[in-house]
Design a binder for this molecule. Sequence first.
Ligand SMILES: [Fe+2]
Length: 391
Amino acid sequence: MKRFETFNDVIHPVEFEDFVSNYFEQKPFVIKRNQPDYYEPVLTITDIDRILRNNNLDSEGFELVKYSQQLNKSKFTCSDINTGKNVIDHKKLFGFFDEGFTINVDQFHRYHRPLNRLVDMTVRTFYGDSNAYLFYTPAGMQGLKPHWDQVDVFILQIEGSKEWRVYDSPMKLPRTTEGFDNMDKEPILTAVLEKGDMLYMPRGFVHEAKSGNDISVHITLSCSIKTYGDLFKSMVADIADEYFDQSLPVRFNVDSDDFRARIKDYVATLDINEVIGKFRKDFFDKKVLQSTGIFIQNSGLDTHVKLKKKLAGPYSVKCDNLQLTLACSTGASIVFPVFAKVCIEFILEAEVFSVNEIPSDLSEQKMLMICKKLIHEGILEVLHPDVISFY
Ligand SMILES: [Fe+2]
């Protein structure tokens, strides 16, 4: 089974450009695949059972819900005798599941490497935050009342089936989530998602879903894009300007014309491209380059492991007698000793490679060091890291 290499695999057969032009933040749509094993490279019911039945499972992020009625966590957790941590009591968890409660787990990608990679891929594709929520629902049940979400979602049906009803958006692309008690409108979209199918919904579209005659498992892969407001806030967050450093008049007795003039003067001096570049770099540094998996990837690295570039170019290389500087599209620059030149140039040209394929006189140890540094900086990643669990 093919692994998920790009976000295109999530929305296949719709092309990404088609998705962005015609659906993204515009309207919901369904993909019926008639291919039950489609999401198996990402997650299977066997993976989920293995994770959920693990002993000492931290209860953080777990909820039990039935038509939005949420159980108090103390009813299905206990204290671990060794650590004192609040952990899942499996007998109680599955007891409530048998009574019709949906098991809902926030950030389920913490537990499963391929799902973690999918969330990471979503972050890198959209330049936004992402999360994978698990919904594990008993037969014929509905976990949540009709509501809208403040994030765009891709519903990936992993097991069983679920009937979805999507209603028009009462608010254009809201940034808050809300529930509804009375649904007197007709849905604009109804669909039964079978195993391997997908539903996309922009934020704000009201929806509800009920499982079929068997259990249903789906992953809600969310995507939250930054706003112009976020960009603006980042711009003013680190204002260090002679006009703005002055104390306000006593009792905030501010002259509005003076304040307006300060803002105008400040904005006039800004290099807007620099502001956007810094916002992009900060996002990459925090979200993309430091994404999970760096230590795991480095720890298993040997000369045969296949590597590929994680970060799209362009790159530029500057070299003098002392050092080589690799500048990345994020604005970051990484310094290497000059002897790394052949190795770096090969890596920038290569699609997929292993350390033992690099045409260099350097020792394997030095080449591994260079590749580990590039993994750490988020430039390279291991092509198919082993499936791992984080618990
Ligand atoms: Fe939702």
